[in-house]
Write a protein that binds this ligand. Structure first.
Ligand code: ATP
Length: 226
């Protein structure tokens, strides 16, 4: 479960002014639900993901992941949450050119202090969950854009996160592949019980989500029912 309560994020703006990138945002995403987040450019979508992902501390308000309040947590605890509880998926898959698909995932395990062999099964299982078993030994240049995004998603699942934060996952993909990736995210959300937030510009994919909200000037409003 992801819960934001009265979250405001303020940046300095101009000489003496300030700008509320997020303004009194209340949001709850239960486990196993996928929320679509839409809104015009500059409305605060990336800011919301950054705050929910413990990358940026809000100016005021609280963020809970499960029963842990990440806003009040120490630096070390926030780092632990980022590693173990939060899966981040960005627009462009950031894959290492020299590593195979399975090695990209094993690297996450190694960063957590495990040996590559010890995390191989988890890596292969994660690739299977996104339909990429057959391409486990391929390097990024041998994969299509859609396949690279699947590896990216599989990597985010490696720590069995309870929260998945996804920023425009389909912006580099054609319509058909975009639909596949959104369906995959919806399935993973249900199967793994993650609280998932997907930023999307594409209103067509909003209906794949359980619920949609719109950000405008940092304020959240309900989107038309989906
Ligand atoms: N580090 C920063 N310093 C100052 N202002 C910032 C900073 N980051 C974001 N902003 C401002 O906060 C507001 C929200 O930005 P944000 O990137 O969250 O919007 P967005 O909805 O993700 O936009 P886009 O769809 O273009 O990516 C914008 O007005 C932006 O200029």
């Amino acid at each position: 479960m992801l819960h934001l309560s009265n979250v405001t994020l303020t940046y300095p703006d101009g000489e003496n002014g300030t700008l509320n990138a997020l303004d009194s945002v209340d949001l709850t995403v239960p486990a196993g639900q996928m929320l679509a987040l839409v809104g015009p450019s500059g409305s605060g979508k990336s800011s919301l993901l950054a705050v929910a992902g413990a990358l940026v501390s809000p100016t005021s308000g609280t963020v809970h992941i499960g029963s842990t309040e990440i806003t009040g947590a120490s630096q070390a605890e926030r780092a632990r949450m980022r590693l173990n509880e939060i899966g981040l998926i960005f627009q462009q898959p950031q894959l290492m050119p020299s590593l195979t698909a399975v090695e990209q995932l094993q690297l996450v395990g190694v960063l957590r202090g495990h040996r590559p062999r010890a995390v191989q099964d988890a890596a292969l299982e994660s690739l299977a969950a996104v339909g990429m078993s057959a391409a486990a030994r391929r390097r990024p240049h041998q994969l299509s854009g859609g396949q690279r995004q699947r590896v990216n998603i599989a990597r985010a699942l490696m720590g069995e996160p309870s929260v998945l934060l996804v920023d425009e996952p389909t912006s580099a993909l054609d319509q058909h592949r975009s639909a596949e990736v959104m369906e995959l995210l919806a399935t993973l959300t249900r199967d793994r019980g993650t609280a998932t937030v997907v930023v999307t510009h594409d209103l067509e994919f909003v209906e794949v989500a359980d619920r949609a909200v719109t950000l405008r000037d940092g304020r959240l409003t309900a989107h038309a029912t989906v």
